[in-house]
Design a protein around this ligand. Structure first.
Ligand SMILES: [Zn+2]
Length: 502
């Protein structure tokens, strides 16, 4: 397996700096051997866009010290570029890099891009992707179940809605979809609450499109061992939030000094042009800025949305400006927090699972190290740069690697994560929803609760206990309680899923 080095971590922690230092060192140290250098592959979903260097935090050309950066500045702002496209492009670039006898260093804050690059076949999942498994063969099991459907459900199956109905507005339609899924694949049906029509309908579409039971697809994914595409050395560059937050605040102030607001204005013009393009009848001035989709492409950049109110004001207003800066700082801090929790809760469990199948650290397929960037200055050299260099060289030259927990107290504290279920079948089995017979008085709107922790909580609720004692209830309250259950499900739904939402 060819080597890959990946550097992930929060925004503003110094990933780009480290990647350049590492590339320079590898070029110097490995010169003449099998590997003759390194190049940096961008894994930041905003830095793929051309221009807008301030809002996307690109390393200025002068600071790249001649190290080649690829998959940066490759898309026009306004274009879409999603995880699957990036993974495909990154694989091409990595293969080409290996052919040049160079080490690819993937670096960026978009950790789920990196995760999907390292681990293949995880984008297709019944719980997150509407597309069926491409290698799937139709199974007779589903066909038999479809044949056996009663007529009303068969009609529903043949005419599946494209848009999930709202369980609050149309509980009957919601429950029918769940009944259909139960009849076709009871294992996946018991994974979703009937009120969660989005997931229920998605599973139905997967069944229909692939002609297979979604649970069969999940089982297949479980049987396929998670094997990384490359032997991957993972660095998690880390600083505690109380340390990183003031640095992030300072960086926002610096971005403003460098001309952030001008970039946001040009982004706004672009958004207006896009809107005008979609609505050619309207003169540009009348385009409603509230129609901008802040969840897509470059318009997700932190700062763009935050400055809208200030920029829309007819006369420049100092207070609005201060508010925009403060909101941008808050958004940046929240983003950093989410990045850390992704790495701990999503990336580390999979990485650990893969490494646990290897007999020694030297054999590990995804050795992962936390580098402590809590202190800068001289500590950066000793705790971050020198360690990364030594470990990378040992990795590339197939030498013994140090124990990741031995690197620092921070590493020991942050790398020790609770073991999580990563096997898709285990997740499916562990997260079953069951109907509470006590609270379900209307059989067409049953109260469903997840087994385990949620059930324990449910059984202690006042309502459940009262109904258990009296065995009488009002339907109105039951519906309300079922809604609470759905909310709980939404909060947990990402956690155990094999699929990483994009
Ligand atoms: Zn109950």
């Amino acid at each position: 397996m060819n080597p890959l080095i990946a550097i992930c971590g929060t925004t503003g922690v110094g990933k780009s700096k480290l990647s350049i230092e590492l590339a320079l060192k590898l070029s110097e140290k490995l010169y003449g051997g099998r590997w003759t250098g390194a190049r940096v592959i961008n894994a930041d979903s905003m830095q793929v866009y051309t221009g807008l260097d301030i809002i996307t935090n690109k390393v200025p050309l002068a600071e790249r010290q001649g190290v080649e950066h690829v998959l940066m500045d490759i898309k026009q702002p306004g274009e879409q570029y999603v995880v699957g496209e990036w993974v495909r492009d990154a694989i091409d670039i990595i293969d080409e890099t290996h052919r040049r006898n160079q080490i690819p260093i993937v670096v960026g804050g978009t950790s789920y891009w990196i995760q999907h690059l390292i681990f293949p076949n995880r984008l297709v999942s019944p719980s997150a992707s509407p597309s069926p498994s491409s290698v799937a063969l139709p199974s007779s099991e589903l066909a038999d179940s479809v044949e056996a459907l009663p007529q009303t459900l068969r009609q529903l199956y043949d005419n599946l809605p494209e848009v999930p109905p709202s369980a609050a507005v149309d509980p009957e339609a919601a429950y029918s979809l769940h009944s259909l899924l139960s009849a076709l694949d009871d294992r996946i049906a018991s994974r979703w609450h009937w009120r969660d029509t989005r997931k229920v309908l998605r599973s139905l579409h997967i069944a229909k499109d692939s002609s297979r039971k979604p649970s069969e697809i999940i089982d297949e994914q479980s049987q396929t061992m998670v094997v990384p595409r490359y032997r991957t050395l993972c660095f998690w560059l880390y600083a505690d939030l109380p340390i990183i937050n003031p640095r992030l605040d300072e960086r926002v102030d610096e971005m403003i000094r460098l001309g952030l607001v001008d970039e946001i204005r040009s982004l706004q013009r672009l958004a207006t042009m896009n809107a005008a393009h979609n609505d050619p009848g309207k003169p540009e001035k009348q385009i409603d800025m509230s129609n901008i989709d802040f969840t897509k492409g470059i318009f997700q950049s932190i700062g763009f949305k935050e400055f809208q109110t200030y920029l829309e004001a007819s006369i420049p207003d100092g207070k609005l400006f201060e508010a925009a800066v403060e909101t941008m700082k808050q958004s940046t801090r929240k983003y950093a927090k989410r990045q850390i929790s992704w790495i701990r809760n999503k990336l580390l469990p999979v990485v650990n699972r893969v490494n646990s199948t290897c007999s020694s650290l030297k054999e590990a397929l995804t050795p992962t190290y936390l580098l402590d960037a809590n202190e800068l200055g001289i500590k950066w050299d000793t705790e971050v740069r020198e360690r990364a260099e030594a470990i990378s060289i040992a990795f590339v030259e197939d030498e013994d690697l140090p124990d990741p927990l031995s690197l620092s107290d921070t590493a020991e504290r942050m790398l020790a994560v609770e073991e999580k279920l990563t096997d898709p079948t285990a997740v499916l089995e562990a997260r079953r929803k069951v109907v509470c017979p006590i609270c379900s008085t209307d059989p067409l709107q049953p109260v469903m609760v997840e087994e385990g922790k949620e059930w324990a909580v449910h059984a202690k609720t006042r309502l459940h206990r009262r109904l258990l004692a009296k065995s009488t209830a009002t339907p109105h309250r039951i519906a309300r309680q079922a809604e609470d259950v759905t909310q709980a499900e939404d909060e947990f739904s990402l956690e155990g899923s094999t699929a990483f939402t994009t």
